[in-house]
Design a protein around this ligand. Structure first.
Ligand code: DX5
Ligand code: ZN
Length: 209
C-alpha cells in the first residue's frame, strides 16, 4: 500500500497555475490531479489537452488526469501523448471502456476507472485485472469544495474485500479528519482540492499523509 497525496488544481488560482503548481512541488505533493470537465458529463467546464500540455513543461511531478467527459475515447490519445502518468475515465460510460483500455495499452500511463457515488462498486469486478487503479468519488463530480460522502467511501473497503489489488484513489471532500479513515479502508492516493489550497499547502499535505 502506498501513501500518496495528489492535490487537485481545480482549487488553484487559474490565472497563476505555474506559481500554484510550484507551490505544490515545494509543499511535498506527490502527484498533480487535473480535473477535465466538458459541461456534459458534469455541469462544469475546465481545461483540456492544450493547457495540460503547457503545464507538462513546468514541473516534473506526475500528472493524473481525471476525465469527466462524455467522449473520453475521442480525447484519450491527446492526453496520453502529452506524457501523463495516470489517466482515468468514468465507468458510467461503460461502452467506452474497452476502447480506452486499448488506446492506453501502448503507453506507460496507468489506466483508471472512476466511479460515481451512486454507482454500485460490483460493476467494477469485470475490469479488476485490466485497470491499474480505481478512483472512488466521495462527492458528485463537477466541483471542488463539496462535503465528503461517508457512504461512498465504504467502496474502498469493499474493493479490498472483493480482492482488488490495484491502486485505490479517493477524490472529493478529503480533509484532515477523514484522511486517516480512508487510508485505513485501503486508499493509496488521496486527492484534495479545497483542503490543500485553502490552508498552508505544506502543512495540509503533511496532515493528509
Ligand atoms: C470533483 C473533482 C475533484 C475536486 C476535489 O469533481 O473530481 O478532484 O477537485 O476537490 P475537493 O477536495 O475540494 O472536494
Ligand atoms: Zn478529480
Amino acid at each position: 500500500m502506498t501513501n500518496l497525496v495528489a492535490p487537485s488544481i481545480l482549487s488553484a488560482n487559474f490565472s497563476c497555475l505555474r506559481e500554484d503548481i510550484e507551490m505544490l512541488e515545494k509543499g511535498g505533493a506527490d502527484i498533480v490531479h487535473i480535473d477535465v470537465m466538458d459541461g456534459h458529463f458534469v455541469p462544469n467546464l475546465t481545461i483540456g489537452p492544450v493547457v495540460v500540455s503547457s503545464l507538462r513543461k513546468i514541473t516534473e511531478l506526475p500528472f493524473d488526469c481525471h476525465l469527466m467527459i462524455d467522449e473520453p475515447d475521442r480525447y484519450f490519445k491527446r492526453f496520453l501523448d502529452i506524457g501523463i502518468q495516470y489517466i482515468s475515465m468514468h465507468m458510467e460510460l461503460e461502452d467506452k471502456i474497452e476502447k480506452c483500455i486499448e488506446i492506453t495499452r501502448s503507453y506507460d500511463t496507468k489506466f483508471g476507472l472512476a466511479i460515481n457515488p451512486e454507482t454500485p462498486v460490483e460493476k467494477l469486478i469485470p475490469y479488476f485485472d485490466r485497470v491499474d487503479f480505481v478512483l472512488v468519488m466521495t462527492v458528485h463530480p463537477g466541483f471542488s469544495g463539496q462535503t465528503f460522502m461517508g457512504n461512498a467511501s465504504f467502496k474502498i473497503k469493499k474493493l479490498r474485500d472483493m480482492g482488488f489489488g490495484g491502486i485505490i484513489e479517493v477524490d472529493g471532500g478529503i480533509n484532515a479528519e477523514n484522511a486517516s479513515k480512508v487510508r485505513k479502508m485501503g486508499a493509496d492516493i488521496l486527492v484534495a482540492g479545497h483542503f490543500v489550497f485553502d490552508n498552508n499547502v505544506e502543512k495540509a499535505i503533511k496532515m493528509l499523509r
